[in-house]
Ligand binder design. Structure first.
Ligand code: T5A
Length: 213
């Protein structure tokens, strides 16, 4: 078994293929013998999954942006304490579908909450823990929405915000990829296996000791 202890996060707007790619990366890590934990946010813990049901599942609820932010941060605190830190301490890779970049993009840029307030909340929730690498999957928002609609995926409470909100999210990821440390942008265009090859290449380049031949 290889020594791991890396925190890697897949990010991007709706329908870019994070879940699909996370599962493929997990299979690859399995084949390489890299010990890892595959997880998602909001969720990943009992507290997080319960909050996910409210934040995403309750399409009937109107919620102030600040309530949404604080619920997501509440889920994150449990996620960091109960999933991420123990796995890293055990020398595993944590492969997460979304983390703090989502909060900056959705609650900060797209909902319009002051970015410094979001960062202050993130510091409380994460205790200052940052991923070693964010892999941002880049796809025009209308293509992500088209993929979801083609495959009959019902929109959750946040996805229901519509096209202009999703465009702000997409623009936010472009801005964040330039301003935040540890972000690599990967094109999400093409078949899943083509996107997967790009992601693996990025991981081998960044962590040759963990993922190299
Ligand atoms: N949120 C989350 C916040 O607002 N703040 C936060 O801090 C956090 C952590 C998460 C929601 O919560 C919000 C953001 C989100 O709105 P989610 O269900 O996890 O909710 O939503 P997404 O992450 O957007 O998940 P989706 O399933 O909608 O998109 P994915 O995971 O990016 O895409 P995936 O893999 O499910 O693929 C979508 C469809 O496209 C197909 C798949 O088969 C699937 O049908 N597909 C492809 N089709 C063609 N070519 C490819 N290369 C394809 N790859 C996948």
């Amino acid at each position: 078994m290889r020594d791991a202890g890396r925190f890697i996060v897949l990010e991007g707007g709706e329908g870019v293929g994070k879940t699909t790619q996370a599962a493929l990366l997990s299979s690859w890590m399995e084949a390489l013998g890299v010990p890892h934990v595959l997880t998602r946010e909001p969720g990943g813990t009992p507290v997080g999954e319960a909050i996910r049901e409210v934040v995403l599942g309750r399409t009937d609820l109107e919620m102030p942006p600040e309530s949404e932010l604080l619920l997501i941060l509440a889920a994150r605190a449990a996620f960091v304490r109960d999933v991420v830190r123990p796995a890293l301490a055990a020398g595993k890779v944590v492969l997460a579908d979304r983390f703090a970049l989502s909060t900056l993009a959705y609650q900060g840029y797209a909902r319009g909450i002051d970015l410094q307030d979001v960062r202050d909340g993130l510091r409380i929730a994460t205790g200052g823990l940052s991923p070693d690498l964010y892999l941002v999957l880049d796809l025009p928002p209308e293509e992500g929405t088209a993929r979801q609609q083609r495959d009959g995926m019902a929109p959750d409470r946040i996805e229901q915000e519509g096209a202009s909100f999703l465009r702000r999210v997409s623009e936010a990821y472009i801005a964040l990829s330039e301003s935040e440390p540890g972000v690599t942008v990967v094109s999400a265009r093409g078949a899943p296996e083509v996107v997967q090859a790009r992601l693996r290449e990025a991981l081998v380049r960044r962590f040759p000791e963990t993922f190299g031949a």
